[in-house]
Design a protein around this ligand. Sequence first.
Ligand code: NCD
Length: 322
Amino acid sequence: MSLALQTDSKGRLRHFLTVEGLPRSLLTEILDNAERFTGVGERAVKKVPLLRGKTVINLFFEPSTRTRTTFDLAAKRLSADVMNISIETSSAKKGESLADTLRNLEAMHTDMFVVRHQSSGAPFYIAQQVGPEVSVINGGDGRHSHPTQAMLDAFTIRRVKGGFDGLSVAIVGDIAHSRVARSEIHALRTLGVSDLRAVGPRTLVPTGIEAMGATPYYDMEEGIRGCDVIVMLRLQQERMDSALLPSAHEYFQLYGLTQQRLKLAKRDVTVMHPGPINRGIEIESAVADGSQSVILQQVTHGIAVRMAVMAMCMGNQAEAGE
Ligand code: NCD
């Protein structure tokens, strides 16, 4: 179902809603196209004309810094006309339904919607409603999926490590509420990471994680031992219904990534975080800002990966060289 909704009859990307169910070839194509787009951001004139004349609407029903601005920049660097709509200023606040908001925005001949929504499944619903020429990209839905974040993380890993085979990757923290973790597990498994670990307290590592392809670890030190890559996650307190944790201080004692703990991983371990980071809760400042951290490179890569996805959904394969 997810593959059928996301691709056209020739297997090309039409919407990007979830990584789950997409073949390795398509994920690799996104990474290869992103590789070609990275150069665009380094030029004096940071633009290619692939989406000239197209209208992109960023529809954000939830707060965002990195995702919204990098989608905005990605669209602009592809020469699209881009509008940013956030819930604070939209008529959804006046009681308009999602379907009605959408019909109105579609009436403006929008070609692409980038949607972030607090409800899991909202971008899927939108993709089913829009006309055949319109593409929908998921910018994060509830705790379900965040496919472009997963792909920019995969892109960062491939750039730093040269590939995925033989890597040990630990995703650490609040896995239960994390759409990033869910999408990342699907992406990294599909791309060939065989040792994928989900590390965190029992209350925050969902049951069934093994079925998704990750091995649960409830002890931080065991979980990161010998790893090539550590992906730290924020405690998503806004999604926790009850006290699943003793205290932030105790959490840091047990699961915080410190310089001391980092020594348990491989010497050339790479530290990642999708942001926003909470210093002193899941990660020590010295590690977040240290030489093994690629947290800001992830942000830079987010633009190229989002350009690749947008160009592919609009039927343009990357031609960043022109
Ligand atoms: C994440 C998100 O919103 O899912 N951040 C992001 O997109 N860079 C993770 C988070 O909020 O902790």
